[in-house]
Design a protein around this ligand. Sequence first.
Ligand SMILES: *Cc1c(COP(=O)(O)O)cnc(C)c1O
Length: 393
Amino acid sequence: MEGLSTRLIHHPYRAPDGFDAAPVAVHKASTVFFPDVAAMRTRRWQDKSGYTYGLHGTPTTFTLEERLATLEGARHCVLAPSGLAAIALVDQALLRSGDEVLIPDNAYGPNKALAEHELAAWGIAHRVYDPMNPADLAGAITPRTRLVWLEAAGSVTLEFPDVPALVDVVRRANVGRARPIVTALDDTWGAGVAYRPFELGADIAVQALTKYASGGADVLMGAVCTRDDALHHAVLMTHMRLGLGVGANDAELVLRGLPTLALRYHAQDRSARALAAWLAEQPGVAQVLHPALPGSPGHAHWQRDARAAAALLTVVFERAVAPPQVDAFCDALRLFRLGYSWAGPVSLCVPYDVPAIRARPWPHAPRVVRLAVGLEDVDDLRADLQQALRVLR
Ligand SMILES: *Cc1c(COP(=O)(O)O)cnc(C)c1O
């Protein structure tokens, strides 16, 4: 008889097929077994018809990818270990030395830092364009341009660009071009709920699942979704060669978040809009930036292209409010915790100095506060803001 370890490792019992329940099973593996050499030689993971290695996909990750493709209105999805890794994956899949990438001035900050430090070191140049001015994008395109990033709404200042007009600029530049320019939309803010990225014309939709898809503030993950087969193939091959993958437990957390994604999105949207409208009326507050508020930059584009809004709002203070008072307001908040990220259960607060993160002029007081509304009772959040606003007086 074989030894105990061998008998435990090569145990013959197989649970019967046919187990069925709502949760998706958590499959963990580096090694995947093949029944014979022929299977080893012919099995394909690229089209999700089989399993070859943990990094190439498991039933858990394939299921999550298919559900995310549905969420985004895409045909394909590739998972990355974070939202930023998903952005970097798109850059690496598409850009070669000598190419240029265009990034909106209000892009997620680390997207710009990646271009400034990593892409530059590989001989890939970047230019920053004004997302609220399609003519500025048109002027930034050169024969070397290969990729245009879009973001709706923009990070921190929450301008909602005219995405179809920006895509149209790229389409016109692509006429007669050997290597067409690709557009990639970071739709973390929209989360697949507020608008349909591909219907707005994007070629690629990137999402930080860390935010709404997870909803628990307990997992980091990103997705790259595409409709075009060739584009997906390019992303998938780069993903494989870079050795990117996600853990099965993390995939499970996002799979758990998806059924409540739309409910959470709309509930947090309601609270954020109520607080944004209320805050706009408070003394010391010059403006609240939130695409659903009339007067917020890009409000008309948001109204035309979106059905909902993420739970982010940015408070612009009157110039008489000094930056240390703004910091004191943040410190006085109790339910809104100081911390990055958003779309989890806990409301969050971050002060930003806009001129330090933007190339374009900023017409308001420099220090703003971005609030991310969580799932607490909205009356309690309003009371928290009210008591903290007292420090402005
Ligand atoms: C948070 C965020 C990311 C990055 O997500 P991580 O998972 O934290 O890396 C990318 N884009 C936007 C717009 C984000 O808000």
